[in-house]
Design a binder for this molecule. Structure first.
Ligand SMILES: Cc1cc2nc3c(=O)[nH]c(=O)nc-3n(C[C@H](O)[C@H](O)[C@H](O)COP(=O)(O)OP(=O)(O)OC[C@H]3O[C@@H](n4cnc5c(N)ncnc54)[C@H](O)[C@@H]3O)c2cc1C
Length: 473
């Protein structure tokens, strides 16, 4: 077969870039195609926090960790549906194949944090966040003469001949093109920016009245999933969408479909529409905070803060921060201008502005303040650690309305350990590979039904590297 390139990669996010670099090691010619005008995908706006077990940085900080300990946590947290082989492979490779490899490309791992479900801190923070990591990957790839680029080009179909995927159809600046390749990799990300895909795949497990905000990468519309479905690929855990409970609608987004994740509200309390607390606010993850929020009627809540707490808040969106530095004026504009934020000089005013029961809210806030005044270390209702928190006393008070926000697909297309896409009978579809979020980060379901955090970006890059090697071979 005449080919235009040896390896064709759909998607220039972390998985696609890693795959491209790895494929060239064996001398393959690579073409990277992406619908966006720039490379980097979702991780450009992501934290880039990466789950690594047993790193030199952990050792320097006195954190005793190992792949075995990490795998135990991973399997306990993710439940029965973890792909154990992929998980083991990732955890064991996380230092040599990810941490060390990215460090050689210039990534500076500078801190480690603890996340829910982990017994020790493993969430490795790269200096400059996900943008710095994807920039390092892109720079290395741009310097490689075997890699060609076709940005602003949307893949609309896969070409299949005699049971083998032999190329793609794409729409780019020069119209419709058909390109042939020895192997095609789908590294097209998830569907966390598509309400239709969310409803179609996870709708059954969500309350009918749930308003879910979109928070995936802008290109995460599930187009790769549709291409894969058309050639008979097998999917797993598509209903497992990892959502966080602390996002407010982006009021500057015309449809208010996208959400803004609010962080740094130290000492906030969450109340439901009845004005009462319902959860330990420190448990904010997709396996704890989100199910608690979805059990409320209606499934929304308000975070209650005073002026002092509001001073320290941040929003994880480029409009509200440059790197990690917040734009304070824009953050204040959000508090003052969003219809999803209420404000009051007293708690009664606040309740009225937010449409909450004033008596209930007054009692909730007073009860919280009383506990702190008494020096309580733990809240008796939900076990929240109260140490270091200050009472809510400084007006103006704010109530920011929260809804669940989509962030990551923990399920996707199934692949074998060489990232070859499997059909309904578990047979590899010749010529077709998948890595990254479209493959549930790796293999289809490396996380199972819950993620230890940092287990999306890392496994995406990791599976991308494996795909690159496999395709070039
Ligand atoms: C705000 C945010 C913060 C996050 N923070 C973290 C974190 O700290 N740690 C962590 O582990 N994970 C995090 N994640 C998740 C993680 O960033 C992603 O899971 C991961 O980067 C996915 O990489 P990918 O290469 O598989 O896909 P993507 O990076 O989404 O790349 C897919 C690419 O495919 C392109 N594409 C899609 N369809 C087509 C098509 N039809 N034709 C051509 N191109 C197409 C897209 O334009 C995109 O560039 C975060 C996610 C978000 C949204």
């Amino acid at each position: 077969m005449d080919v235009d390139t040896d390896v064709l990669i759909v998607g220039a996010g972390g998985a696609g870039l890693a795959a491209a670099l790895e494929a060239t090691v064996n001398g393959a010619r690579v073409l990277v195609v992406d619908a966006a005008s720039e490379a980097g995908g979702t991780a450009r706006t992501a934290g880039g926090g990466t789950f690594v077990a047993g790193s030199p940085l952990q050792a320097r900080l006195g954190i005793d960790d190992s792949p075995d300990l990490a795998l135990e946590d991973w399997l306990r947290w993710g439940g029965d549906s973890v792909d154990v082989e992929w998980a083991r492979r990732y955890v064991e490779g996380s230092v040599p194949d990810l941490y060390d490899w990215l460090a050689t490309l210039g990534v500076d791992w500078y801190d480690v944090h603890i996340q829910e479900g982990n017994r020790v801190p493993r969430w490795h923070e790269p200096r400059g966040g996900g943008l710095a990591v994807t920039t390092a990957l892109e720079q290395a790839a741009r310097a490689e003469p075997l890699i060609a680029w076709s940005l602003d080009t949307r893949v609309t179909d896969l070409v299949m001949e005699a049971g083998r995927v032999t190329g793609i159809v794409a729409e780019g600046p020069n119209g419709l093109v058909e390109l042939r390749a020895g192997a095609v990799l789908l590294a097209s990300g998830g569907f966390c920016n598509s309400l239709d895909m969310l409803r179609q795949n996870a709708g059954g497990s969500l309350p009918v009245d749930a308003r879910i905000l979109l928070g995936g990468g802008y290109g995460a519309r599930g187009e790769g999933h549709s291409l894969l479905a058309r050639v008979g690929a097998q999917f797993v855990n598509l209903d497992v969408v990892w959502m966080y409970p602390y996002a407010t609608p982006d009021y500057l987004d015309e449809a208010s479909a996208r959400g803004l994740v609010c962080r740094g509200l130290k000492g906030e309390i969450w109340v439901n529409q009845q004005g009462v607390r319902f959860h330990n606010e420190n448990l904010r993850g997709g396996a704890t905070g989100t199910p608690a929020l979805l059990r409320q009627s209606p499934p929304t809540c308000w975070t209650i803060v005073d002026a002092r707490i509001a001073d320290g808040y941040s929003v994880a969106h480029p409009r509200y921060r440059l790197g990690r530095a917040p734009y304070r004026d824009r953050l204040q504009q959000l508090l003052d201008g969003s219809p999803y934020v209420a404000r009051g000089h007293t708690i009664d005013d606040l309740a009225r502005a937010a449409g909450l029961d004033a008596g209930a809210l007054r009692e909730t806030v007073a009860g919280h303040n009383r506990l702190l005044a008494l020096g309580a270390e733990q809240d008796p209702d939900f076990g929240r650690d109260l140490r270091g928190l200050e009472p809510l006393t400084e007006p103006p008070f704010y109530a920011i309305q929260f809804f669940p926000i989509t962030r990551k697909n923990l399920g996707g297309v199934r692949t074998d350990l060489a990232t070859r896409v499997l059909d309904q009978e578990d047979r590899p579809i010749p010529g077709l590979y998948a890595a990254g979020e479209v493959a549930g980060m790796a293999g289809g379901h490396v996380n199972g039904r819950a993620a230890l955090e940092g287990t999306m970006f890392g496994p995406s890059v990791f599976s991308g590297r494996i795909a690159g090697k496999a395709m070039a071979a």
